[in-house]
Design a protein around this ligand. Structure first.
Ligand code: DX5
Ligand code: ZN
Length: 222
């Protein structure tokens, strides 16, 4: 079965002065997910936002909260993020001492589990978890900042992941994150990704219009 194609705008590039308005524009533009980047200043150089922000925007939208934890020792915070309205919680393989324990904790909290790998981490490292999680997130830039250029070499891992999922008959989603633009989204799509995080390319002066453009594109290819 062909996997559903889903757009996940990354709130990191939103105008925080008008956060509610910006989020609603992406929902109206057809984005089923809202991608929420949590950074701790240790796993990645920057610090973004956390539970209080998530909690207050939960009522602003019916979108799936797709929470991307760029934090060390993620198991400490799973319960709290689940309580703040997360639907999917993704953690980094590189940040967890016992990845299976994190996956179990996420499931125990009633959320879907995602596992992410940075550009230099090979697919083989995450392969043993592919049938344990609902989503693999292949970072197509070094995590930490929005607005970077996609690293094309990371798409080889998307291809490997799609082959693996198909061969094993799994339903695991494959998400890409970083540097996805309107003129290059076809690359991860052709490589086999089905969930697309888009930050700087959708948020701005015309958030609704840009989101709709991406949604229409994915709808045509569904
Ligand atoms: C980067 C974040 C991304 C980022 C994507 O560490 O995980 O989600 O916001 O932004 P763009 O699409 O601008 O690369
Ligand atoms: Zn992200």
């Amino acid at each position: 079965m062909k996997p559903e194609l889903i757009l996940a705008p990354s709130m990191l590039s939103a105008d925080f002065k008008n956060l509610e308005e910006d989020i609603k524009a992406t929902e109206k533009g057809g984005a089923a997910y809202l991608h929420i980047d949590v950074m701790d200043g240790v796993f990645v150089p920057s610090i973004s936002f956390g539970m209080p922000v998530m909690k207050s925007i939960r009522s602003a939208t019916g979108q799936v909260f797709d929470v991307h934890l760029m934090i060390i020792d993620p198991i400490r915070y799973i319960k709290e993020f689940a309580a703040c309205g997360a639907d999917i919680i993704t953690f980094h393989l590189e940040a967890a001492e016992d990845p299976q324990a994190v996956i179990d904790e996420i499931h125990k909290c009633g959320c879907k589990a995602g596992i992410s790998i940075k550009p230099k981490t090979p697919f083989e490292d995450v392969a043993p978890y592919m049938d344990k999680v609902e989503m693999l997130l292949v970072m197509t830039v070094e995590p930490g900042f929005g607005g970077q250029k996609m690293m094309p070499e990371t798409l080889e891992k998307v291809r490997a992941a799609r082959r693996f999922v198909t061969e094993k008959g799994l339903a695991t989603d494959i998400q890409v994150d970083g540097g996805v633009k309107y003129d290059n989204i076809h690359l991860p799509l052709e490589a086999g990704a089905n969930i697309f995080v888009v930050g700087s390319a959708v948020f701005g002066d015309n958030t609704y219009g840009e989101t709709k453009r991406f949604s229409d594109y994915l709808a045509q290819r569904s």
